[in-house]
Design a protein. Structure first.
Length: 298
């Protein structure tokens, strides 16, 4: 390392005052020179003393991204937004992370917030357009019309004359149906008992979880709702198939039922997105010390 380099100067200042905030620019220079282990060590020591130091948390997020550690990077940038809800560096970083991971609804939300803070950010507008196009393409693929059934062969029509008509039925998940998910039954239909959900246990679990959820910052709850919505959106076909298996459907109406179930799953994803946007609007009130429960919800 050449003498009087920027690294040496910052190292000397850091050693002279290890409890100060020079750790952040020192770690950033180390990061830019590829010394990630040393940079993270400096950040660990500095953030233990200054956990809410915004530049230090930004450098930590960048260092984690350079190492491919997107989970810790996301946590660092979310913490930055807890401290400064309009930090454009954190908003852009979170938009990039969620877009790469296919969490398009979250990416769109981060980009919308970024543009509201920085209306002249053309790069963010282009990225938002790209994310919106990707979401529309995914939705279009889910609502594509089913493939037409092939014509029944003549031999099958002859057999139908001498044999009772049958149809393929997808049973609801009764114990028998779990063993035999698809059976051939007379055209008159098939019976089965319904599963009884333990509603009391579900309500009790929700009550137990509520205090921790209510104490969670609005920004973190918004992020959770985003992940739920994107998870539903990414697995709509699978969820639609599960609903068909739960409710039961004739083979002839299977495609229509799956399409209807897929539409319901899309509505569920959009509902989570609306709740997330509401939570995002509450972030400033929460930061100002307001009681979110006064407005009727956590």
């Amino acid at each position: 390392m050449p003498p009087n380099s920027e690294i040496e100067k910052l190292e000397r200042r850091w050693k002279e005052n290890p409890k100060g905030t020079v750790f952040a620019p020192y770690a950033e220079v180390l990061r830019k020179h590829g010394d990630y282990p040393m940079a993270k060590d400096i950040l660990r020591v500095g953030l233990e003393q200054h956990p809410d130091h915004i530049p230090g948390n930004i450098v930590l997020g960048r260092c984690c991204l350079d190492l491919g550690e997107e989970g810790p990077a996301e946590a660092a940038f979310v913490h930055v937004l807890d401290l400064d809800a309009e930090n454009v560096i954190a908003l852009k970083a979170l938009a990039d992370i969620t877009e790469r991971q296919g969490r398009l609804m979250e990416a769109a939300s981060w980009l919308s917030r970024l543009i509201s803070v920085d209306p002249s950010n053309d790069e963010a507008r282009e990225q938002l357009t790209r994310v919106a196009a990707a979401r529309e393409a995914a939705s279009a693929a889910l609502v594509a019309p089913p493939v037409a059934e092939p014509q029944v062969a003549a031999t099958t029509e002859v057999l139908a004359v001498i044999q009772p008509p049958t149809r393929t039925v997808i049973q609801p998940p009764t114990p028998k149906a779990l063993e035999e998910p698809e059976t051939e039954v007379p055209a008159g239909g098939v019976g089965g008992e319904e599963l009884t959900l333990d509603a009391d246990a579900a309500v009790a679990a929700a009550k137990d979880a509520f205090p921790a959820w209510a104490a969670t910052p609005a920004a973190e709850r918004a992020a959770v709702l985003h992940r739920i919505a994107d998870g539903v959106e990414a697995r709509i076909e699978e969820l639609a198939q599960v609903e068909v298996e739960v409710e039961g459907a004739d083979q002839g109406e299977h495609g229509d039922k799956a399409a209807q179930s897929g539409g319901e799953a899309v509505e569920g994803a959009e509902a989570h997105g609306l709740f997330e946007l509401h939570a995002a609007h509450l972030v400033d009130d929460e930061a100002a010390g307001g009681d979110l429960l006064d407005e009727g919800g956590a």
